[in-house]
Design a protein around this ligand. Structure first.
Ligand code: CCH
Length: 288
């Protein structure tokens, strides 16, 4: 006779890998979105959940998934991320034991790995919190600003210049939407594959102001099909940032290593883990 385990269900690595596999499968199947993948918008959800962290007060960060609630979900910076949250609803139904906050981060990791990026180690431990934990508006970066703003926003999270530049390489993925941020277009020619192309294009292409009625952004002179935000361009204008752009443009492996480390840090900001850093797991990708 089979003995039923007593007590609450305690998920193990295999259980989280099943969630990863389900997200990867949904990414593969639901390919009629944007450039053929929900990957970029899933990554943006994980980043905007994490990027509200304030090291002084310890508030914000990915613990809580408070973007589910109106004040934070309606912040201008989060426009369009409902597409990512809705995409994950069927996964949450399949695996009701996982918190939204762990699910959003696990999905961001899945998106990176499935878009051929580096492995991002994961530890669970985030729990969902109520509306009173929503962060105030203005904690995420404003694309119309300069290097001073980038340093203020990412410095508040505790990041160095090098980490700021490494994280920005995520803009190899996805695109801007006029009905979300107001900006328009992708940064690279392969917006569903993670590469160091963002840095290469920043340095190698000629960029000029786009002539249009929308917010101020750059377009590449040659094809006029790519874009850069004022904050992207600040990375090659600033003396502290530029050497890192050059390093990452030269060597994709160096970019992947620094990107993986910085993203791991980002996704863990403000989370009260009960496990140590050496207890992180690495998920198998669908193509491993
Ligand atoms: Fe970003 N990002 N981001 N970004 N971002 C946008 C889209 C993506 C800024 C502004 C914008 C990071 C840093 C910054 C992604 C990942 C990261 C958009 C367009 C704006 C505007 C939104 C729209 O219209 O849909 C600014 C400013 C900064 C820093 O100064 C960091 C860090 C990351 C991740 C590590 C990804 C991915 C997208 C594409 C989303 C999509 O829907 O395709």
């Amino acid at each position: 006779k089979e003995v039923k385990p007593k007590g609450p269900f305690v998920p193990k690595f295999e259980d989280y890998q099943k969630v990863y596999d389900a997200v990867a499968k949904a990414l593969e199947e639901k390919d009629d979105y944007d450039d053929g993948s929900y990957g970029p918008v899933l990554l943006r959800l994980a980043w905007h959940a994490s990027g509200t962290y304030d090291k002084e007060t310890g508030t914000g960060g990915s613990n809580g998934a408070t973007m589910r609630f109106a004040p934070e979900g309606d912040h201008g910076a989060n426009a369009g991320l409902k597409a990512a949250r809705d995409f994950l609803e069927s996964i949450k139904e399949q695996f009701p034991w996982i918190s939204y906050s762990d699910l959003w981060i696990l999905s961001g990791i899945c998106a990176i790995q499935e878009m051929q990026g580096p492995k991002i180690p994961f530890r669970p431990g985030r729990s969902d919190r109520d509306v009173s934990f929503c962060t105030p508006d203005g904690r995420l970066p404003d694309a119309s600003k300069d290097q001073k703003h980038i340093r203020a926003i990412f410095g508040r999270m505790g990041f160095s210049d090098r980490e700021m530049v490494a994280l920005s390489g995520a803009h190899a993925l996805g695109r801007c939407h006029t009905d979300r941020s107001g900006y328009d277009g992708p940064w690279t020619f392969s917006p569903t594959t993670l590469t160091n192309d963002y840095y290469k294009l920043l340095l190698e292409e000629k960029w000029s102001w786009k002539k249009w009625n929308g917010p101020k952004q750059f377009e590449d002179v040659k094809t006029k099909s790519l874009m850069m935000l004022p904050t992207d361009m600040a990375l090659i204008k600033d003396k502290g940032f530029r050497p890192h752009v050059e390093r990452y443009a030269k060597d994709n492996d160096v970019f992947f290593k620094d990107f993986a480390e910085a993203v791991t840090t980002l996704f863990e900001l403000g989370v009260p883990f009960t496990t140590s850093e050496d207890q992180r797991w690495t998920f198998k990708s669908s193509f491993d």
